[in-house]
Design a protein around this ligand. Structure first.
Ligand SMILES: [Zn+2]
Length: 349
């Protein structure tokens, strides 16, 4: 009973407080609220904003204010967005450095940008998927062009592999053919990604595939649409995993550095991943609107961007930035591979 009494007293106290502070939050005759304490946290006010919680001292209680809050929210995001985006593209290092140094209100936080980009990316990829499977003749041609390119590349790979088997033991020949095959495979991978990440499974699982994945691959061959959807779902749901997977690699670029902290690396990684996803969005939109020629940006821009961001964010010299870019590209493949494996594993469960 004691607790209930206490509760009753607290409620009464609250009512009393409102009686002492008359019409708090309620409009007076002139249509304005007249408050001397913050309406959000109750601290005494001195100036147009609460010094404790940051809320505006003066609020309105009207539909106009409701819409105003909405518009202000969008404008605030928009303003920051258009300030952050060009910097992320052209001066990613400066953006990262300034954000770390404390210019937090000026730019969109890395994690907000990341979540926004994940959302936009899957929206674009799904949009592509919809248009590739049924209507939209113009859009379909782009996807079909890529499909037939994939088929052609796969034939070429098969030819090269036959050639490789027949080429004897000439090390130079073998190396040249391996290089060609690897290039073709990379092109097939990239093209597949452009088709909304729909896996095009032509190969058998093979003996070296882990046991748990074999039934999944069989299933994927029978029912590619459903499996691709499951993988996509897992990828978007667990997209945040890419950040913790990548941060240790960044740390490895500056082991035991006292100048750079985990926070710095996390900001770096999150902005970087956001940019890479924006590239995927650009390439995806290119495919959707009949310009599959945008695809190569997925190969050439990332290393360049990483170099610029490393150089600017960590204030490195050219050589030092270049060496770390090579390492980072390698790490990025590792992190992406780990993420892909994790996503497939999660969706296979
Ligand atoms: Zn307050």
């Amino acid at each position: 009973m004691g607790e209930l009494d206490a509760l009753g007293e607290a409620v009464a106290g609250g009512l009393l407080a409102r009686a002492v502070e008359p019409a708090a939050g309620e409009a007076g005759d002139d249509g304005h609220t007249h408050e001397s304490n913050c309406l959000n946290c109750g601290r005494p006010l001195a100036g147009p904003y609460c010094s404790a919680c940051g809320q505006k001292a003066h609020v309105h209680r009207s539909l106009k204010a409701f819409m105003g809050d909405f518009v202000a929210g969008i404008m605030n995001f928009e303003g920051k967005f258009w300030r952050t985006l060009p910097m992320l593209a052209w001066r990613p290092g400066e953006l990262t450095r300034r954000y770390i140094a404390g210019e937090r209100a000026r730019f969109i936080s890395p994690i907000a940008l990341y979540l926004f980009t994940v959302f936009a990316m899957f929206a674009v990829l799904n949009f592509n998927g919809t248009f590739t499977s049924d209507s939209g003749a113009d859009i379909k041609t782009g996807a079909e062009a890529i499909q037939s390119k994939i088929a052609a590349e796969q034939k070429a790979i098969a030819r090269l592999e036959v050639e490789r088997r027949g080429s004897g033991n000439d090390a130079e020949d073998l190396a040249r053919l391996d290089r060609k095959i690897a290039n073709k495979k990379a092109e097939v991978d990239a093209a597949t990604k452009l088709l909304g990440g729909k896996p095009i499974i032509t190969a058998d699982p093979g003996d070296d595939a882990p046991d748990w994945i074999k039934p999944f691959i069989e299933n994927a061959k029978d029912n590619p649409e459903a499996v691709s959807l499951k993988v996509q779902e897992a990828a978007s749901k667990y997209s945040w995993l890419l950040i913790p997977l990548s941060v240790p690699f960044l740390w490895l670029l500056f082991p035991f550095s006292r100048r750079f902290r985990l926070y710095d690396h996390t900001v770096f990684v999150t902005y970087s991943l956001s940019f890479m996803m924006m590239l995927v969005i650009a390439a995806g939109l290119g495919v959707a609107f009949g310009a599959p020629g945008l695809a190569p940006i997925l190969f050439f821009v990332p290393p360049f961007h990483m170099y610029r961001q490393l150089k600017g964010a960590y204030q490195l010299g050219r050589t030092s930035a270049l060496i770390r870019t090579f390492a980072l590209v390698t790490f990025a493949f590792a992190a992406a591979g780990m993420f892909a494996a994790a996503t497939v594993a999660i969706s296979a469960i």
